[in-house]
Design a protein around this ligand. Structure first.
Ligand SMILES: Cc1cc2nc3c(=O)[nH]c(=O)nc-3n(C[C@H](O)[C@H](O)[C@H](O)COP(=O)(O)OP(=O)(O)OC[C@H]3O[C@@H](n4cnc5c(N)ncnc54)[C@H](O)[C@@H]3O)c2cc1C
Ligand SMILES: NC(=O)c1ccc[n+]([C@@H]2O[C@H](COP(=O)([O-])OP(=O)(O)OC[C@H]3O[C@@H](n4cnc5c(N)ncnc54)[C@H](OP(=O)(O)O)[C@@H]3O)[C@@H](O)[C@H]2O)c1
Length: 446
């Protein structure tokens, strides 16, 4: 079945792109999906031909499989609780096979340029040299591929004699072998790479400008993020409870030689690791504060101490980037793009941004729900509120995020999994009523 909906282009067939594609496909909405790589799964494809996957050989998910799987396609029970990247990539591939929309994805073709044309449509130019006109563009190009290097660069970094690399280019332990390695950061990339280095490098230093509450993968023998009645509690009650639980199970971060976090649990993106504390306890990793400067093959830290290093790995996060938009059209400022419900552009209403979130939880079930909302919008069964209402909501959310989270460019798209999932369900209802009200002034794409 096909419907008279606007023609739709989906950019990217990572887990977000395929979640939206599936939602459109099951509603009978046709679309073109362009994918730079030669298979689906984006970040989860190790050595992806798209050239931008952040995956490394030792990467496992840190959100458990039940938390991450799509609602109508469970991961195989034979999978462990925290599968490796290749299991996850295979799971996404099976999803596309099961729901039968692989032929709607054009592989090996990227979207180069998107420009608004005529009466609200878009001209989309692709790397195969073709340009096509679409009524709707779904942006699902991912937000973990454009490396954020330390800003500004550390003094002396231009003349440093050792190698400096961003974690995005980390592949496997061969890069670390027999080297004096400094890993900078306290996010999940830093944890994994420091652990790998602790087994393969000559020496490993973990340097950070602030501490983090390191959450283990298991508590009481169950994945930490598994469904539980506690998850239904408001965050202001849930987080202090979790913090007490962490203290009783793990102890203080300073017990492991780490800096104590300068914030409460839930006020920074979670750092999850089942292995780093063990490696610290074994003395396999030395902890330092932030880097102050580099010179020759020496790294100086802000406490005045120095260490020999021939390899510095900056695990300093990622930028949100849309290289196919002209800056005057859509631009990201300070890693932020103001979006209603974290996915709708208040001015360009036929441009959707699913997956542009950092949940305390997994992205995939959220992208699935966002896909449903996009599908309903395309069928005219969901309508957006007026622009002023969207902008008020965006401002309110932004203020809440700023108040709660540590000031850092990594905290511009944070959402709480359960809260945001509920918000999307409510939004669906409200948008349905708006769409059904006889004299509605605003369509999803007006
Ligand atoms: C190391 C690492 C580990 C992570 N671990 C977890 C985890 O355990 N759990 C979790 O929930 N999240 C995790 N994340 C977050 C990660 O962003 C999501 O898991 C997931 O990859 C998001 O899917 P996506 O489709 O939005 O983006 P991506 O997976 O990045 O997919 C984007 C797709 O778009 C394609 N594309 C990009 N630009 C274009 C273009 N111009 N034209 C055509 N195609 C294009 C790419 O080739 C890619 O296939 C992790 C991130 C990193 C970096
Ligand atoms: N499945 C997994 O196990 C896994 C593995 C890796 C990554 N991931 C996911 O991938 C995403 C990116 O993670 P990430 O760890 O690469 O990045 P990230 O979460 O953005 O963390 C970046 C780290 O670098 C620090 N930093 C940034 N700029 C700095 C500077 N100039 N000087 C010193 N420190 C600086 C940040 O400190 P501040 O907090 O002070 O800004 C933070 O500790 C996250 O969603 C993460 O969960 C998951």
């Amino acid at each position: 079945m096909t419907t008279a909906t606007p023609s739709t282009c989906i950019i990217g067939a990572g887990s977000t792109g395929i979640a939206v594609a599936k939602a459109l496909n099951e509603r009978g909405i046709t679309f073109d999906c362009f994918e730079l790589g030669d298979r689906v799964g984006g970040n989860w494809v190790f050595r992806n031909k798209n050239g931008v996957s952040a995956s490394y050989r030792s990467l496992h998910i840190n959100t458990s499989r039940e938390r991450m799987e799509f609602s109508d396609f469970p991961m195989p029970k034979s999978y462990p609780d925290f599968p490796r990247h290749d299991h996850i990539a295979e799971y996404f591939d099976d999803y596309v096979e099961r729901f039968g929309f692989r032929d709607d994805i054009t592989f090996g073709v990227g979207v180069e340029h998107v420009a608004a044309v005529g009466d609200g449509g878009f001209e989309v130019r692709t790397t195969d040299g073709l340009s096509r006109i679409y009524g709707v563009v779904v942006v699902a190009n991912g937000h973990h591929w454009d490396p954020r290097w330390p800003e500004p660069a550390f003094p002396g970094s231009a003349d440093f004699k050792g190698e400096q690399m961003h974690s995005h280019l980390y592949e496997d332990e061969r890069q670390l072998r027999d080297r004096d390695v400094v890993v900078l950061g306290m996010g999940n990339s830093a944890m994994d790479i420091a652990v790998d280095a602790s087994y393969h490098a000559k020496s490993t230093i973990l340097a950070a400008r602030r501490g983090a509450h390191i959450v283990p993968k298991y508590i009481f023998g169950r994945p930490m993020d598994r469904e539980s009645p506690v998850n239904k509690l408001p965050m202001r009650i849930r987080m202090p409870l979790m913090q007490r639980l962490l203290m009783s199970q793990v102890g203080k971060m300073s017990d492991y030689g780490l800096p104590e976090p300068d914030h409460k649990l839930g006020h920074a993106h979670p750092t999850v690791s089942g292995r780093i504390l063990d490696r610290l306890a074994h003395g396999a990793i030395t902890v330092k504060p932030n880097i102050a400067s580099l010179a020759g093959e020496t790294v100086k830290f802000v406490d005045g101490s120095e260490a020999h290093a021939d390899f510095v790995v900056y695990c300093t996060g990622y930028k949100i980037s849309f290289p196919f938009f002209d800056p005057g059209f859509i631009s990201v400022r300070d890693n932020e793009l103001p979006l209603y419900r974290s996915m709708f552009h208040p001015e360009v209403r036929n441009l959707f941004f699913p997956g542009l979130i950092q949940p305390l939880g997994a992205i995939m079930p959220i992208a699935e729900r966002q896909g449903g909302l996009i599908g309903e919008a395309l069928l005219g069964r969901y309508a957006l509120p007026p622009r002023a209402q969207m902008e008020r909501d965006i401002d309110r959310k932004r203020a809440q995020m700023r108040k709660r989270y540590v000031a850092s460019k990594r905290h511009t798209i944070q959402v709480d999994f359960e809260v945001y999932m509920r918000e999307l369900a409510n939004e669906f209802e409200q948008g349905r009523k708006r769409a059904e009200s006889p004299g509605r002034a605003v369509s999803a794409f007006a």
